[in-house]
Structures are given as structure tokens and as C-alpha cells.
Write a protein that binds this ligand. Structure first.
Ligand SMILES: [Zn+2]
Length: 414
């Protein structure tokens, strides 16, 4: 194999150095947004950016930007980056690899080609995972697109009881200034991220070129019946929400299975009340998370789920509340940028597979203000959000070279 632009050993040591901030066990990381570990990680990132000869800037929400200024200062920027926070605990590659990739790519481009035509930026986004604040996800990218509501910093409370505004203050930031982080100068955003799924490994490709990011809808389904004695209430006289929940849960999972890839449906949380062995429950509440990157398939999937939920509740005489907690259509990557990435992979001699993303990413937020695309790098056994997450340094080097070559095409041509 030809020598990569970036030495895999350098990537390995950068990943290990960043993982030292918030280290959890042997290979895990617990780096929650605005915590002391997180501050240390962002400081480390800023130091690397400066060492690479880039102009470094911190914005009002805590994102760190590194610029390789272009000749044409009026032209929209070409930006790459990812997030530096982690699950609690998560692995050392999720987000972190994309941040390191951005710095290394810009540093390499600067050394090889000097000043670009358009300004290139690498960004280390503050928060993606919602691992400290349950509903804060995409805090960094939402600030950039101007989608943080004024009351959110005081309203959002973390699992530790601290509000977002307080957490920001602990990290030396002022929540009142969040609107200053909004930008309108980004033309293209390319995010490199670990795949977090099994496809690249199974198909034996080190790198994936993402064509679309999944759309999703998340429901909270609450079924209410009548609590009663488990021994004395005949089956035909029950209003049993557990029986209804079981039918719905089995049904939605089966629907997604029968409709086939790429749609997926998951019931990940169930609350039973009163949750007693000898009592027919009064209420069962559960989540349904349904996704597909194909707009029509998503619509069909959601319609079937909703019809089943209504039908079961009605037939079993259960009171139904069907709440939509989040809803987002699929996002298509910009076809031209996707083609640039595919060509970059070919030029680098990196076998790359086109694919969709079943996970959501910061790039999805950025799509509101910029053309977006994503580069995936193979995950071992498809494992992520776990200390067992692993990506080989050679695969990471292949991905970063594809990123650097794509950024070169996007930012250096007149
Ligand atoms: Zn991530």
C-alpha cells in the first residue's frame, strides 16, 4: 500500500492523548460537556490547532475553530469537524476522530499546498451526545445554526442537577452570549466520523461515503387501562395495558423487520405502573424510535406504526396518549460534495463504499445552513457508545487522507 499522507502512529497517539481527558477504565472515555475533563480536552485541541499553524478562535458556546485563511475572504468557508464530548462512558473514537482528522487534514494541506483559495476551518464542536443534559444534543452545532431557544440554558437541567447556564459558567462561558456563535459564512461542512455500524467491516471497506443521514421520529406511547387483581379478574373482563403494549411492541419491531433495510424500529424504554407481580398494570408507557434514510420508507413505516398503536388501543379499550418527542426527516448529502469525496478516495487508492447513516450527526444540523457530506471510517464489530469502540489507525489514516484530498478540491480550486 502507498504511504498515507498522515502517519497512522500519529493518529493513534493523538487519540490516546485526547482519551486521557476523562479516561474511563482501560479504553473508555467519560467526557461530559463543560466538565473539567471536557475543558482540558478542548484546551488540548486548541493547542494542537495552534501548533499546526492555524488561527484559533473560541466562540460564545465553546466551539473551537481553527482557520487556514484563504485568498478570497468573501467566499464561504469549507469546514470540517466533529464533537469532543462523549457518552457516559463511551469510546475514544466517537467524535474525537473527526476533530483530530480536521486538524491533521488542515495541517497537511497547509504544508503541501500553502494558502487555499477559500478559507478552510476545522471545528471542535462542544456537544452532540446529550449525555449530560438529556435534551441538549447538538448544542454546539445548534448554536452555529442559531437554533438554541433563549430559555434553554436556564431550562435544561443535567442528570447532575446543574442547569446548562451554570455548566457553561463553570467552563468560563456566558450563556447570554450564545446567539453570538451563530454563523452565516459556511458554504460546505464535511464531517468525518466512525461508522458505528457493521456495514464497512462486513463489506470489507475501510471508508464509507455517506449519501444520506437517517430521518427519525421518537414517540412516547402511554396506554392506560384498569389496575386489578391478577387472580380474580377474568381475562375477558380486563383492560390490560401490558397486553396492549406487548402487542404493539412486537408489532412495530416486526413491521420494521418485514419492511427490510434500511428502516429500523426500537423500543428501548418501558415504564410499568404499578409494576407489581400480582397486579394487572394501570399504565404502561414506552418509547418507539423509528428511522429510515429513505423519505418514502420512513413515511410508510411511521404510518403503519401509528395505525397499529391506534388499533390496539381501541380494540383493548385502553386510553392512549401518543406523544411525538422528536421528528426529523432524512437529510441528503450534497451530491456534488459526495462526488468530490468519492473522487478523493479513488485518488488516494482507498476503497470506499457509498452508504447511508443510521445514526444522527452534527452534519444533520449544519445541513440547515450549508451543503453537507460525511466520511465514515470502519468500526470494529460495529460497536460504538461503548469503551469497546475501536477503529484501526490504518483505516483512520485512509479516511483522513480522503478528507484532506476532498477539502483540497473544495477549497483550493479557484
Ligand atoms: Zn458522534
Amino acid at each position: 500500500m502507498a504511504a498515507r499522507w498522515i502517519d497512522p502512529e500519529r493518529i493513534e497517539s493523538a487519540i490516546a492523548a485526547l482519551a486521557g481527558h476523562g479516561a474511563h477504565g482501560e479504553t473508555g472515555v467519560a467526557r461530559l460537556v463543560y466538565s473539567p475533563e471536557w475543558v482540558a480536552a478542548q484546551d488540548q485541541v486548541a493547542a494542537w490547532m495552534a501548533e499546526a499553524g492555524l488561527r484559533v478562535e473560541r466562540d460564545a458556546v465553546g466551539n473551537i475553530w481553527a482557520y487556514l485563511d484563504g485568498r478570497d475572504r468573501e467566499a464561504a468557508m469549507v469546514v470540517t469537524g466533529s464533537h469532543v464530548d462523549s457518552q457516559n462512558p463511551g469510546g475514544r473514537f466517537d467524535g474525537a476522530l473527526g476533530v483530530i482528522a480536521g486538524i491533521m487534514a488542515l495541517s497537511e494541506l497547509r504544508e503541501r499546498f500553502g494558502q487555499p483559495e477559500r478559507t478552510l476551518a476545522a471545528v471542535s464542536l462542544v456537544e452532540e451526545e446529550a449525555s449530560r443534559f438529556p435534551t441538549a444534543n447538538f448544542w454546539g452545532s445548534r448554536a452555529i445554526i442559531g437554533r438554541i431557544a433563549a430559555e434553554e440554558p436556564k431550562r435544561l437541567r443535567g442528570y447532575d442537577g446543574v442547569t446548562m447556564a451554570e455548566a457553561m459558567r463553570d467552563a468560563g462561558l456566558d450563556a447570554a452570549r450564545i446567539p453570538e456563535a451563530k454563523r452565516e459564512d459556511i458554504g460546505t461542512f464535511v464531517e468525518l466520523h466512525i461508522e458505528q455500524g457493521p456495514f464497512l467491516e462486513r463489506e470489507n471497506f475501510p471508508v464509507g461515503v455517506v449519501e444520506a443521514i437517517t430521518g427519525y421520529r421518537q414517540y412516547l406511547v402511554t396506554l392506560e387501562g384498569a389496575a386489578n387483581h391478577a387472580g380474580t379478574t377474568p381475562m375477558d373482563m380486563r383492560r390490560d395495558p401490558m397486553a396492549g403494549a406487548a402487542e404493539i411492541i412486537g408489532g412495530v419491531v416486526d413491521t420494521a423487520h418485514r419492511m427490510g433495510r434500511p428502516c429500523v424500529t426500537t423500543v428501548g424504554r418501558v415504564n410499568v405502573s404499578p409494576n407489581e407481580r400480582a397486579v394487572i398494570p394501570r399504565q404502561v408507557a414506552f418509547t418507539v424510535d423509528a428511522r429510515s434514510p429513505l423519505p418514502e420508507q420512513r413515511e410508510t413505516l411511521l404510518a403503519r406504526h401509528e395505525a397499529l398503536i391506534q388499533e390496539v388501543a381501541e380494540r383493548r379499550d385502553l386510553r392512549l396518549s401518543l406523544r411525538v418527542d422528536s421528528d426529523r426527516g432524512p437529510v441528503r448529502c450534497d451530491p456534488e460534495t459526495v462526488a468530490v469525496i468519492a473522487a478523493a478516495a479513488e485518488a488516494a487508492g482507498v476503497p470506499a463504499m457509498t452508504m447511508t447513516s443510521g445514526a444522527v450527526h452534527d452534519a444533520m444540523q449544519m445541513a440547515e445552513i450549508a451543503r453537507i457530506a460525511m466520511i465514515f471510517v470502519r468500526s470494529r464489530s460495529g460497536i460504538s457508545h461503548s469503551p469497546d469502540e475501536f477503529t484501526a489507525a490504518e483505516d483512520a489514516a485512509a479516511g483522513i487522507e480522503v478528507l484532506a484530498r476532498a477539502l483540497h478540491t473544495l477549497a483550493y480550486r479557484p
